[in-house]
Design a protein around this ligand. Sequence first.
Ligand code: MSP
Length: 513
Amino acid sequence: MSKPALMNSTYITTPIFYVNDLPHIGHAYTSIICDTITRFKKLEGHDVLFTTGTDEHGLKVEKAAKEKGKTPNDFVDEVSKNFRKLTSTLEIQNTDFIRTTEERHKISASFFWNKLVEKNQIYKGNYKGWYSVKDESFYQEKELIKEGEIFKTQDGSVVDWIEEDSFFFKLSLWEKELLKFYELNPDFIKPLSRMNEVKSFVKSGLKDLSVSRTSFNWGIKVPNSDHIMYVWIDALTNYLTSIGYPKINSKKIKFWENCIHIIGKDILKFHAVYWPAMLMAINHPLPKSIFAHGWWTNEGKKISKSLGNTVDPNEMINKFGLDQFRYFLLREVPLGNDGDFSEKSLIIRINSDLSNNLGNLIQRVTKFLKKNFNNKIPYSLIDEYETNKQLKQGYFLINNIKIKMNNFEISKCLEDVFLYIDELNKFVDECEPWKSFKLDPEKAGKDLSILIECFRIIGIILQPFIPNASRKILDTLNIKESSRRFDNLTREHALKKSYELNNPQPLFPRYEK
Ligand code: MSP
């Protein structure tokens, strides 16, 4: 049965990054997760749009430009490049890179604003309250901690008291609708703990949201007014701009309805409360889901510019390699949990999982096959699929990974693949083809052929996670580009007798601790 067309469109988004900062591990993490999901969906046969970009307006950016003695325009042009460069360093497969200072975005955000006005969702008032420039967020006093004369957010950022004319979005009208929506769509916010957090936030009461500012200029102008748009309204609409809003055709709507926003836990309220409420308010379909990942610390300490302890992804990749860095971030903690970064734990992962476990296994088997079988598969594997333990496990693994990936269990997927690799290592140790080869070359040939077929399974499955190493494995196995999708992981595609491999390639060097 063919799949409905709707299932085949997927739209993945990273948050757009503030340009007041240099790219760090947090930005790299979000991007790598999105890239992994993108690659996975593509291998499943989906058509994927994947957008990332930079959030360039707001007081925070205006202040950062001033500190550097630059105009906001010059400043954002310069800093946005660092983030664009990060996408190429990370080799992520984004289909768009959006900047909120682009004309297409101004058109889209203004259109969105006008829709809110048209639907009677905006009114003029005066905002008196607390504001954190660091989070670009308004706070109620009950959410803050008082330290002497200063008020701080739970994360320790100082808030300022502001009083200014402002437009308001009638967020309070959407409380019930939001709660109803969460009930009807229990998978809308993941992990579940975040869904519960959001529900209790909404249940505790929503106030109308101030959505424009008048005390500074760096932003998109509110149509027919001297206000500028609150940076979060501007920023959230990027997800629509990127697919052509306001001109969204039926094809693009399918992408939108299958849109997954991957975000950090700190920006959940904006994505899971404000954004759906505004979309409901203009009667626009909602994205499919939001996944909030955890935060990385550096050797137990919160990463911050002032502590000077940010982890530079460029440095890590230069030192250890891209796949190694990706693997660590994806494997070390379950998606949704916080993680602690240290070079020591990165090296442990590289040495034990990638170098010893995966790399050695592939090297020793392919080298032996080259030396003794002239790189040719000595045995046909089609008939082995139903009976051979290793192949059956491989088959099981594929289905298991598909289920887990669609549930965002990335780390668990890698754990399962590497447990399978453990099993294959045990199999090699038991059958010792290098010994049995002399006494029983046929048996050795069969065992080696089974292993190579298992490598085909591993090589294909690992593509979304460690794309470069997988490419090397599949190149060594001489698997054509067009035969690397998941639907090739079947018995019919199993390698046949006399199939010729390419020469082995080195995979992962070991590092000294
Ligand atoms: N500009 C807003 C997002 C607007 S989206 C419509 C923003 N930008 S940010 O640059 O501050 O953060 C971008 C992402 O990086 C967020 O998802 C945030 O959670 C993530 N991280 C920033 N530091 C992080 C860690 N230390 N660890 C993991 N991710 C963290 O917020």
